[in-house]
Design a protein around this ligand. Sequence first.
Ligand SMILES: CC(C)(COP(=O)(O)OP(=O)(O)OC[C@H]1O[C@@H](n2cnc3c(N)ncnc32)[C@H](O)[C@@H]1OP(=O)(O)O)[C@@H](O)C(=O)NCCC(=O)NCCS
Length: 147
Amino acid sequence: MTIEEHKGEFSISTDPERLDVPMIHRFLTQSYWAEGISMDIVERSVRGSICFGVYHQATQVGFARVVTDRATFAYLGDVFVLDVYRGRGLAKWLMSVIVKHPELQGLRRFLLATRDAGQLYRQFGFKSLAQPERFLEIHQQGLYLRP
Ligand SMILES: CC(C)(COP(=O)(O)OP(=O)(O)OC[C@H]1O[C@@H](n2cnc3c(N)ncnc32)[C@H](O)[C@@H]1OP(=O)(O)O)[C@@H](O)C(=O)NCCC(=O)NCCS
């Protein structure tokens, strides 16, 4: 299922063929959460996710992906808008498209992690973990920076 939405010169699409994977890699490999990530791992992560591209005409300027079974659970990650396109509501529009995606309805749990953008996601129903003591993780901090 491919979703496409338009607002003036901007669009959001889940068509994997439209993704600018080198641009996504360039951003993520310098991000605070995936610093040093390789092109190969970005390509694999894109193949295994519902990916949302934000486009200014034909140019990709934003991204997010959702890892999901399309029934009970989803994890939102790798959300970004390129610097020069920030502050004009693109991430909020992107979030509105993600939360209403037909394959992401009726989920028992939709998770994400963020350092400082919680106020963005709270506007779309995400809340701090009610019982964080019930969650466990294997988190390999700095994994992609290791030799
Ligand atoms: C976070 C990011 C995607 C926001 O993109 P954007 O298109 O500029 O965002 P919008 O214009 O749609 O507005 C974002 C909303 O979230 C709020 N917000 C909360 N935390 C924020 C943060 N850390 N950065 C930007 N906006 C934030 C803004 O105040 C705004 O809400 P408001 O209009 O009610 O004030 C963008 O700044 C970005 O790519 N940052 C670098 C990567 C990153 O940190 N991604 C998030 C990882 S969890």
